[in-house]
Design a protein around this ligand. Structure first.
Ligand SMILES: [Fe+2]
Length: 179
């Protein structure tokens, strides 16, 4: 069965970042839950900006700790998948079936970008994943809710021109890196 999250065998993040960027990105924020935008141009080494022939030209940093939980959402209509680097803590991702939770409604996130969201579910999730430190390929079009533990950072790196590619396509593109 095709999974919704795959851990990837990627170089250590410190290998991929420009000098001093690790400290800037991962030691910059400490509050309970935060959301920042970064252009990968500003922190990724040049050879990684076109990794796997994608243009990596957008990214978000999410910080969640102490069991902080986000809302139930899909990243549609913008994005169907992302590469997420998890660091310093871990996260739990629960996926829900739209046949159970309904179609959702368009609600802005903290940066004002509209995406599909739902009220906190009472139904059981259809899939649950634990994301530990490291790089992951993650499906984000299926409704999901994320909880962070310890001091979990998620650096979500995206390719704006390709972020609506089908999950089957992306899974086959990255399969060689699956652990
Ligand atoms: Fe998401």
């Amino acid at each position: 069965m095709v999974k919704y999250i795959y851990k990837l065998n990627f170089p250590d993040i410190k290998e991929m970042l420009l000098p001093h960027k690790y400290e800037e990105i991962f030691e910059a924020i400490t509050e309970n839950s935060k959301f920042l935008y970064y252009n990968p141009n500003s922190y990724l080494k040049k050879e990684y900006l076109t990794f796997k022939h994608y243009q990596w030209n957008s990214s978000f940093l999410f910080y969640k700790s102490k069991g902080a939980t986000g809302d139930l959402h899909s990243d549609l209509p913008k994005a169907a998948w992302a590469i997420n680097y998890i660091n310093l803590g871990h996260g739990v991702v629960k996926y829900y079936d739209t046949n159970v939770i309904g179609p959702g409604s368009m609600i802005p996130d903290k940066l004002g970008n509209y995406r599909l969201a739902w009220p906190t579910p009472t139904a059981a999730p259809m899939e649950i994943y634990t994301m530990t430190s490291g790089m992951h390929l993650m499906r984000v079009d299926v409704p999901h809710i994320v909880t962070g533990y310890d001091s979990r950072y998620a650096l979500s790196i995206r390719s704006l021109d390709h972020q609506q590619e089908s999950w089957d396509t992306v899974v086959s593109n990255f399969r060689e890196y699956f652990i």
